[in-house]
Ligand binder design. Structure first.
Ligand code: AHR
Length: 331
């Protein structure tokens, strides 16, 4: 069905969507916009729903991009309490409805093969938004659009190596188990820190992207280690802000006694960096609605898309860098 090429590896092969040459038409589905000129293209968005500032920004940006004015009928289906079965049910309904294209942000990495195969049989292209699937079989979807989690988390580790020339005792606050980005961020981070004996791991634990859970986890870690923790890697901003609260509650100074690095780059995190509470913030840019729209148009027109479209992201390593970015921050 699909042939692909990998952006990062720059090994290429071409992707042609089923050779149907669907210019003006939309995808395999007949649930709407495949017909006459001017028909809306129907997009089924199997989304994550409420999960924090990053997710809110990402899903709002997708919805603000795929508008009727732009020729789209976007059907937004957030998961119920992050439950994968509710996503699979929504996905199945979209295939049965015969939508023209499906956007998928998976709450869990595994368990998508059957659904993706059904969409393929129905010739409905699927585009992964942010989250990957595991095992990663890119013959089952048209493309994945996201910042590069490996590179983003490597940047956190590289900053730590420069910030702690003598090494440090560190702890990792992870996102939920089973989520592709969590595994990718661990892999990227460990590919650098794991090579440096001066860095001593005190462990890792999920705090489910939550400030409250991260605070409670870090309070336990600080007590268990007599506050002998110099560095915390929080896999998202909310958990990083929870670590700040725990450090302060322990009578320590965040940014001085304990340095905390996060991923996402939301406004609250940049404000905490500007205030010296966080020490490093690696952006995970959520604003890629336009990139998704271009990929949808290309795929529905029978054009080539890369199997992984990487969204550029930047890093912030000082209060000044945060202050410079804050005025125009959109998320
Ligand atoms: O998948 C991306 C992650 O999901 C973000 O880093 C986190 O904040 C969100 O909940």
């Amino acid at each position: 069905m699909f042939k692909k090429h990998i952006v990062r590896a720059v090994a290429t092969a071409a992707v042609v969507f089923g050779g149907i040459g669907l210019a003006g038409c939309s995808g395999g589905g007949d649930g709407g916009g495949g017909g006459a000129e001017g028909d809306l293209v129907t997009v089924g968005f199997v989304a994550v729903g409420p999960e924090g500032a990053w997710r809110e920004a990402n899903e709002a940006n997708i919805q603000e991009t795929f508008t009727e004015d732009a020729g789209y009928d976007l059907r937004y289906a957030p998961a119920t309490n992050l439950d994968q079965q509710s996503q699979i049910d929504a996905f199945t309904s979209f295939v049965d409805e015969g939508v023209d294209v499906i956007l998928l942000s998976a709450t869990e990495g595994s368990g998508w093969e059957a659904s993706l195969e059904r969409a393929q049989e129905a010739e409905i292209p699927v585009i992964l938004i942010d989250r990957g699937i595991e095992p990663n079989d890119d013959s089952l979807y048209a493309t994945r659009i996201a910042p590069d989690n490996m590179v983003v988390s490597e940047s956190v580790a590289e900053w730590a190596v420069s910030a702690f020339p003598e090494g440090a005792n560190y702890f990792v606050l992870e996102g939920p188990a089973g989520v592709s980005v969590v595994n990718e961020r661990n892999e990227g981070f460990q590919s650098v820190i794991g090579e440096d004996d001066a860095f001593v791991s005190l462990g890792a634990q999920t705090a489910n992207w939550s400030t409250e859970e991260a605070r409670s986890v870090m309070e336990t870690v600080l007590q268990a280690n007599d506050n002998d923790v110099q560095f915390v890697f929080a896999q998202n901003d909310e958990m990083g802000l929870g670590a700040v609260q725990a450090v302060e509650a322990a009578g320590l100074t965040p940014g001085v006694d304990v340095q905390i690095a996060t991923i996402d780059g939301t406004r609250p995190a940049l404000e905490a960096l500007a205030a010296g509470q966080l020490s490093f913030v690696a952006e995970y840019n959520p604003l890629f609605g336009e990139t998704a729209l271009e990929a949808v148009e290309t795929v529905l027109d029978g054009g080539e898309v890369d199997s992984y479209i990487i969204v550029p992201s930047e890093t912030f390593d000082s209060p000044e860098a945060a202050e410079t970015a804050l005025p125009d921050r959109q998320f």
